[in-house]
Design a protein around this ligand. Structure first.
Ligand code: BG6
Ligand code: MG
Length: 217
């Protein structure tokens, strides 16, 4: 299907900024405390999903049972370590070509939004100084059903005033591509084909898109 991209909706972690590694480091630290190793391949399942769902998957991988109160306490300890990394972030941690691409499409009249499962999205946006590049920001505090449910993307489209079918989502997570499909939006997977094969298009980074946009009007 050929679509008109009137709005581009970007996931934040792993698409605009390289925070996926900080999430991974913090979960790995928690896993070690719980007595098991958490592999990077298993970490793919945590991308895009909420903090509590991530913990559930981690515990499943380690075969660890945990009551509700300890779960809440563990998730908040992980968040403390994660925020320590995030507080030291600066614009050098923006992923290659991301900001340039957002600027390019904005100059062509495309509306832009961030739609992230993260409750820390506002802090990250502030640290890397990209707030002025987006017409709307929907973070994990604004929707109750996380990806792969489509809510975060539908809310972003509503805030932008653009119909879902005219939106294209940029995502690095399998759950995020699924959410974009359920929202009836186009999808571009940013990263490896292995996890993103359901997307309309997969790119390794924003750089190839910038090359295309230089040769097409
Ligand atoms: C997503 C990440 O953007 O945000 C997930 O891809 C993370 O890995 C989720 O679990 C929630 O983030 P936070 O910052 O609210 O714990
Ligand atoms: Mg992501």
């Amino acid at each position: 299907m050929i679509r008109m991209m009137k709005a581009a909706i970007f996931d934040l972690d792993g698409v605009i900024v390289d925070t996926a590694k900080y999430h991974y480091w913090a979960w790995k630290r928690l896993a070690r405390e719980l007595g098991f190793e958490f592999a990077e391949t298993d970490n793919e399942r945590l991308k895009g999903v909420s903090r509590m769902r991530s913990l559930e998957i981690l515990l499943e991988v380690g075969g660890v049972a945990m009551d509700e109160a300890t779960r809440r306490e563990s998730a908040s300890r992980k968040d403390g370590w994660y925020v320590e990394y995030v507080e030291k972030m600066n614009p050098s941690e923006l992923l290659p070509g991301a900001v340039e691409y957002v600027r390019h499409i904005r100059s062509r009249g495309v509306r832009t939004a961030i739609a992230s499962a993260s409750r820390n999205a506002p802090l990250i946006i502030h640290r890397v100084q990209i707030g002025s590049l987006f017409d709307a920001v929907v973070d994990g505090t604004k929707v109750s059903r996380a990806k792969p449910e489509p809510d975060v993307f539908l809310r972003a489209a509503r805030e932008l005033g653009i119909a879902a079918q005219d939106c294209v989502v940029f995502e690095d997570a399998e759950a995020g591509i699924e959410a974009a499909i359920r929202a009836g939006m186009g999808s571009v997977g940013v990263g490896k084909m292995d996890y993103l094969q359901n997307a309309d298009l997969v790119i390794p980074s924003f750089q190839p898109l910038l090359v295309i946009s230089r040769i097409t009007p």
